[in-house]
Write a protein that binds this ligand. Structure first.
Ligand SMILES: Cc1cc2nc3c(=O)[nH]c(=O)nc-3n(C[C@H](O)[C@H](O)[C@H](O)COP(=O)(O)OP(=O)(O)OC[C@H]3O[C@@H](n4cnc5c(N)ncnc54)[C@H](O)[C@@H]3O)c2cc1C
Length: 416
């Protein structure tokens, strides 16, 4: 018999990793309790892209129909230079032969769908909002978690057998094991917004325009027909690697004057980028940060998962997939291993090297390396035709190389 049926498991953080883990465990007949800092789950944030390997995991958790109902299925991924000239296009998701779609969704809606599924499957008694983890202690008998309530008061400590820290990029639990660690910032700042806009290209196109060195835009739709007149909610993210290296403050509203000038000439026959930016109701700013991969996630009865374990640049739209794969991997191990502490170690051995490679690849050769490479070869100047600069086969190789490393090549996803 495995040890999981009687093991008391605490999951810290009710984001994509935490809720994914709770649902994966419940599917395998195991209970756990999720402790989430925020007092109530609200639909916050802007867009997120769910690549086929994320959708495979979400489909297995039973939420594919709900996600398809609120998102937009990508038909294609298209790359342009900063003059609006076409570089490369490839079909995506089911249009590329995958069994599952690639979706653009509102992040808040994804979270709401996972939370409601967890309420149904686990029951509200296992989901504890308003519990901010302040620290964890452990000995041979078990682990003790300390929490504060939203008003800052201490809650009664919780005693469990194992703890999975899914508390995100600013993880409190990780800080306990790596107290001197800081975010890695390489000078890339981003501004994000959502604009009501007529459909761009196919209305199901994921666009990367320009390169990070001189200014890049990522643009994709996340909600169809928001006004009954066919306009969509279009998510956009401006990314620029600056010389100043001062880091955007993610607690502040973004200001158009800090980045709008980079895009002021970007008026293409198929899109007016300054108008897209100006149409956003609000602009958020973030620094693009990650952390250097570490050698250890599991410390006795405690392990790290999702962004707490392997924060990565969002340049590959890949973080949620890795969090969900972590979750399923650990749930399977807990279900089949007699000793839950050994399961935590095996989980680390299976997942740490693969995700460390993705963290590094997102720094050096993410999908938008295509744009960077074309800029290098063209000297950053307009070209007559992309074939004069680089072949479509070579661009496809760059794209497929990333898909292989990130684990969503068609071959990898043939395996159930
Ligand atoms: C700008 C940006 C764009 C992105 N775009 C994409 C994309 O298109 N596709 C994609 O797949 N990924 C994308 N990602 C990455 C993705 O959002 C993350 O990888 C994913 O959210 C990780 O899930 P998580 O559960 O580990 O962390 P989170 O989603 O951050 O969840 C952590 C949870 O823990 C809670 N928490 C924090 N501290 C505590 C505490 N002390 N105690 C209790 N609870 C706590 C938080 O409130 C939160 O609910 C993007 C990331 C960023 C920053």
């Amino acid at each position: 018999m495995n040890g999981a049926a009687t093991t008391k498991v605490a999951v810290v953080g009710g984001g994509i990793a935490g809720l994914g883990l709770a649902l994966s465990m419940a599917q395998r007949g195991m209970a756990c309790d999720v402790y989430e800092a925020v007092p109530e789950v609200r639909e916050l944030g802007v867009g997120i892209t769910l690549l086929p390997h994320a959708m495979r995991e979400l489909a297995a958790l039973g939420v594919q129909p709900q996600l398809e109902a609120v998102g937009i299925e990508n038909l294609e991924s298209v790359f342009f230079n900063r003059y609006g000239q076409f570089i490369y296009r490839e079909p995506r998701g089911r249009h590329a032969g995958y069994a599952v779609p690639e979706l653009g969704v509102h992040r808040g809606k994804l979270h709401r769908i996972l939370y409601e599924q967890a309420l149904t499957v686990l029951g509200p008694q296992h989901l504890h909002t308003g519990h901010r983890c302040a620290g964890v202690e452990q000995d041979v008998h078990g682990a003790t978690l300390h929490f504060t309530a939203p008003d800052g008061t201490r809650r009664t400590p919780v005693h469990v057998d194992i703890v999975i820290a899914c508390d995100g990029v600013q993880s409190t639990v990780r800080r306990q094991f790596y107290p001197d660690e800081t975010m890695a910032f390489a000078g890339i700042n981003t501004w994000r917004g959502v604009t009501r806009h007529t459909p761009i290209l196919t209305g199901k196109s994921y666009l990367r325009v320009g390169s990070i060195e001189t200014g890049k835009m990522v643009i994709y739709p996340i909600v169809d027909d928001v006004d009954g007149q066919g306009r969509q909610l279009v998510n956009w993210m401006a990314e620029i690697q600056g010389d100043s290296r001062s880091m955007n403050d993610w607690n502040q509203r973004g200001r158009l004057e800090d980045f709008g000038h980079i895009y002021k000439g970007w008026r293409f026959p198929w899109l007016d980028v300054p108008a897209l930016i100006a149409g956003a109701e609000q602009v958020l700013e973030y620094p693009m940060v990650d952390k250097d991969p570490v050698a250890q996630w599991t410390f006795g009865r405690v392990t790290l998962m999702g962004d707490a374990a392997h924060p990565m640049y969002p340049r590959g739209s890949n973080g949620s997939a890795q969090a969900l794969i972590d979750a399923r991997t650990l749930a399977e191990l807990l279900c089949t291993t007699a000793d839950p502490i050994a399961a935590l170690r095996d989980y680390e051995a299976q997942r740490l090297p693969a995700t460390a490679r993705i963290v590094q690849t997102n720094r050096t050769t993410p999908p938008d390396f295509i744009n960077t490479r074309v800029d290098e070869l063209s000297g950053g100047k307009p070209f007559r035709h992309i074939d004069d600069v680089i072949s479509q086969d070579e661009l496809r190789r760059i794209s497929e190389q990333y898909q292989r490393i990130a684990g969503f090549s068609r071959d990898a996803l043939k395996t159930p």
